[in-house]
Structure formats: C-alpha cells, structure tokens
Design a protein around this ligand. Structure first.
Ligand code: MN
Length: 261
C-alpha cells in the first residue's frame, strides 16, 4: 500500500495540545507502516521548520515524531518528504536524522503503471487564469509569489540561518500561527472546478499534453476527489491537524480516507 498525507502543521502555536496532535500523527504513521511500501508526505508537515547553523533546542519537541520517521525508514519503507510553504528550510539534517527523501519540487512518478503528479501545491496556478481575476486578488497573488521567492532565495536563506534560533523561530512560528488562526476563523472551502487553482493547474497540464492519471496535492486543507476527464483525476488531501485525512493506493484503487484511532 502507498500512502499520501500532508499539512500536519506540527508545532503550530495555534494548536492547544501539541503533544496530543503529534501523537495522533505518529499513530497514523505507525498504522500505515504495517502495510506501506512507501509514504508520501506532501508538505507543511511542520508549521515552521528551519535548520540553522547553530543548535536549536526547539527541535527537541519533535523527537517522538522524528524517531518514528527513522523507525519506519529503517524498516526499508521509503518516506518522501515534499517541502511545503512552511517547511522550506531543510538543508540535509532532516534527511540525515530520519532517512526521509526530501523533494524540493513537484515530481512525476509512476506507480502500478499510473503516472502521478505530486506537489504540495503552493505557487501552482495557470497565469492565464490569474490575469482574469480582479486586480485586488491579482495583487495578493503577486505578494504571495514575491514572498515565495524571498523564502526560496539561497542568499536570504543563508542569512536567516545565521540568526539565533530562538529569535528566528519566534518570528517563524508567529508568522505561521497567523495563517492557522486565519484558517480557523475563515475555514477553507472548495472554490469550484472553474476557480480552484490546483484543478485549473491540472487541467492545463492535460491540455499541454503532460498527461497524468492522478494529481495529488496538499496545501489547501480541503478534501477533494474529482475526475478531470475519463483518464485523469485530481485529489486534494485535506489535512492532518484537524481532519486527519489521507489517501491510500494499491493495485486497484486510490482513495481518500479518514484516520480514526
Ligand atoms: Mn501549505
């Protein structure tokens, strides 16, 4: 069985019981590990993750989770860690400690003869579509794209990693907390087939001849399973901080499920 999950936002300051949350994620992974051949973590597993040049005591809170990853990869089960927009700043330490494979870009993979497009989902939208949007929304998107460039810039990353972790973490966790609180007050909802950016992105790929049987994304914190055509299907995974949803795939089918203890 192959599993896909995303958006746990571990360590979020908007979560009242972080240990309970982390344990639930650990239980979920351990139950998957019973029959998994691979596990794909599709981004934002951490609410804020940065590896500094100095020792960072805040990483200790994740010890149980990191040990679980290590335990699973040691069994020979591959764990693929896609960076999201909250855990961009990993520079080899996470891989070394846990044995996960880090992916910094979307990937096309093949499983059981199916071509699958995998990405966290931030920053993917057809530019034709963006041009049709009201100016105000276009401006917001431009701001997001600018910030994304800043976050991904190697020089700025280098400088940020020089900061004292306690100080930089406070900045990072507070920034991330704001987006969680925003989400709690305005829960994400599906915008519809003609407005949902990831659906439009997948449709554009199909039109461009870059065919995939499945598109699987995180990022949006909504659960979606939609046929784009007879041969192509998109899935958005929900999240693992409130809904605890995930997808599983075997020889026969791909489907979204809810993790229950
Ligand atoms: Mn995200």
């Amino acid at each position: 069985m192959i599993y896909f999950l995303s958006d746990a936002h571990l360590g979020s300051r908007a979560i009242d019981t972080p240990q309970v949350h982390q344990q639930r994620l650990i239980d979920m992974l351990c139950s998957m590990a019973k029959d998994a051949t691979a596990i794909y973590l599709l981004g934002d597993i951490f609410d804020f993750w940065c590896e500094y040049f100095w020792y960072d005591s805040s990483k200790e809170q994740y010890s149980p989770f990191l040990q679980t990853l290590k335990k699973i990869t040691s069994k020979g089960i591959a764990i693929h860690f896609f960076i999201g927009n909250h855990d961009i700043w990993t520079f080899g330490w996470l891989e070394k400690i846990t044995g996960v494979v880090v992916h910094r870009k979307p990937e096309s993979i093949e499983i059981h003869g199916k071509r699958i497009f995998l990405a966290h989902g931030d920053g993917l939208m057809p530019s034709d579509y963006v041009r049709q949007l009201p100016k105000k929304i276009q401006k917001k998107i431009q701001q997001f794209i600018f910030l994304r460039k800043v976050f991904h810039n190697p020089i700025l990353q280098f400088l940020f990693r020089l900061l004292p972790p306690a100080w930089a973490n406070n900045f990072g966790y507070e920034w991330a907390k704001n987006s969680r609180l925003k989400e709690l007050s305005h829960p994400c909802s599906y915008k519809g087939e003609d407005k949902e950016e990831l659906v439009l992105f997948a449709k554009e790929q199909e039109q461009l001849g870059n065919h995939h049987d499945f598109y699987i994304f995180g990022h949006r914190h909504i659960e979606l399973d939609l046929m784009l055509s007879r041969e192509s299907r998109i899935m958005i995974l929900g999240d693992c901080w409130q809904q605890f949803t995930y997808a599983q795939m075997d020889n026969y089918e791909l489907r979204i499920k809810n993790f229950e203890l």
